[in-house]
Design a protein around this ligand. Structure first.
Ligand code: FE2
Length: 470
């Protein structure tokens, strides 16, 4: 099929409309067992009166909610009223340092930005959502989660004390311990990676700390029942330069391919750390899964050649439809107790991003299947949705011309006995209609079960989660 670029730019256009809960027209039939809500976040305003932000990641966060009941679906959306949003509304420009866009600030403010306990950090939770205790949180890559009401999408405010100076927006749930496990970087004269666990916003403990001189940019980590794995690609920063530099956050990072990519393991039961295992250099946003197998810790992830993907996700490039590098689905085996050199193994020729698994049943355990968006030569999101068997590399694909599909969130059927017995929920942009839809696929064969029409376009976002009780 020819690569299509028609209309993809609509996914990078601002959305101003906010809808109160609205029942959507549904084509096809939603599974009767599907309840709860899909809550998603993503940037929805990049163009401010003072100018546009520079990077896809830097748009102001909007929350989207698809609620399911009795075969019907209701949609609502609202901007996250973060302090970053309120300041941008008031001033027409960014007030906080975002990922790749920096407001003009005095030298004094620059110095105080990173080491002041978070008052200058952005709280623009455009990357992911999670639940911690009874709180629903919108996350970005600063340790300032913003709580919101999952029913009304109203913003409730920043929750908890920052556990680090930088954090990832991909915490893991550990249902056995009833904990949310997060990971971040503490910056200073002695920097360290920090793994922490929480039962609620007020109760946090440090599980492990790994000292590091030049911390790497990190986006996610792996969690298995006994171990966590933190990996650092050769895209690193001098903490002082990060604090003092008059440039956006990510532009202080430098490539150091000669140091390879390093893996560190935290023993969650005894609290010790081990490593490094060192591989060929690669850059990674997303792990797929991590589990123990025969004395090895298996780490499946999506590996890029290098960090150039970060620049390729600049807003101007994406709006122009320029292609982005495609990562490789790769497996690393870390022999526990024997740190040393390792090499990755390619699991499939299929290139994908925004990987999802049956998280509830398979995270931290052996698994066979991952889903994601296919990354081809064309514009981002134009490749459709893929399902990859990580044992055989075999791939199935759902694709439709001039339709741009986002992250496919897997929801298991309540009595599922097969790993792929459930549905995939993906927000798809249909530029020819000028709108988006919620697409519901049968995860077994990727056939379309239903499509619920949203009255406006949903800008391309990152991550969402399905919550049974929300
Ligand atoms: Fe992510």
């Amino acid at each position: 099929m020819a690569v299509t670029t028609v209309g993809a730019e609509l996914g990078f256009q601002d959305l101003d409309a906010e809808l109160e809960p609205t029942e959507l027209d549904v084509e096809g039939a939603l599974p009767p067992w599907l309840g709860g809500s899909l809550l998603r976040t993503g940037p929805a305003r990049w163009d401010l009166p003072a100018g546009s932000v520079r990077h896809w990641f830097d748009g102001l966060a909007m929350l989207h909610r698809f609620a399911f009941a009795d075969g019907r679906v209701t949609y609502a959306n609202r901007f996250l009223r973060s302090r970053a949003f309120e300041a941008a509304e008031r001033d027409g420009r960014l007030a906080y340092r975002e990922f790749a866009t920096d407001p003009c600030r005095s030298a004094f403010k620059r110095i105080s930005t990173l080491f002041d306990g978070g008052s200058q950090l952005t709280d623009n939770g455009a990357v992911n959502v999670t639940r911690l205790g009874d709180q629903y949180l919108a996350l970005t890559e600063t340790p300032l989660p913003v709580a919101f009401d999952p029913g009304t999408l109203r913003t409730l405010g920043v929750r908890g004390e920052p556990p680090a100076d930088i954090s990832t927006a991909h915490p893991h749930h550990d249902p056995a311990r009833g904990e949310l496990v997060g990971h971040g970087v503490r910056l200073g004269a002695r920097s360290s990676y920090v793994l922490y666990a929480q039962r609620d916003v007020a109760d946090r403990r440090v599980v492990g700390r790994i000292p590091v001189r030049r911390p790497a940019y990190q986006h996610s980590f792996g969690l298995a029942p006994r171990h966590a794995v933190i990996f650092e690609g050769p895209f690193v920063v001098n903490p002082l330069a990060l604090a003092l530099a008059d440039r956006p956050f990510i532009e202080s990072f430098r490539r150091r391919p000669e140091q390879g990519t390093r893996f560190w393991v935290v023993d969650r039961e005894r609290g010790g750390t081990a490593g490094p295992w060192t591989s060929e250099p690669f850059f990674c946003f997303h792990t797929v899964n991590t589990y123990e197998d025969d004395g090895d810790l298996v780490v499946d992830l999506l590996a890029y050649e290098d960090a150039s993907v970060v620049q390729s996700l600049g807003l101007g490039r994406l709006r122009a439809g320029e292609p982005v590098p495609a990562p490789e689905l790769r497996r690393y085996r870390l022999p526990l107790g024997a740190p040393g050199p390792i090499r990755g193994e390619t699991l499939s020729e299929t290139r994908l991003e925004l990987p999802r698994i049956d998280y509830r049943h398979r995270n931290g355990r052996p698994y066979r299947i991952t889903y994601g968006i296919a990354v081809d030569d064309g514009p981002l999101f134009g490749g459709g949705i893929v399902k990859v068997d990580v044992e055989t590399g075999q791939t199935e694909r759902w694709r439709e011309p001039v339709t741009y599909a986002g992250e496919p969130v897997f929801v298991p059927q309540p009595d599922a006995d097969r790993e792929d017995d459930g549905v995939l929920l993906s927000v798809v942009l249909e530029p020819e209609r000028g709108t988006s839809s919620l697409l519901v696929l049968d995860a077994g064969d990727l056939s379309e079960l239903a499509r619920a029409r949203v009255p406006h376009h949903v800008p391309f976002g990152f991550h969402g989660q399905h919550f049974g009780g929300a």
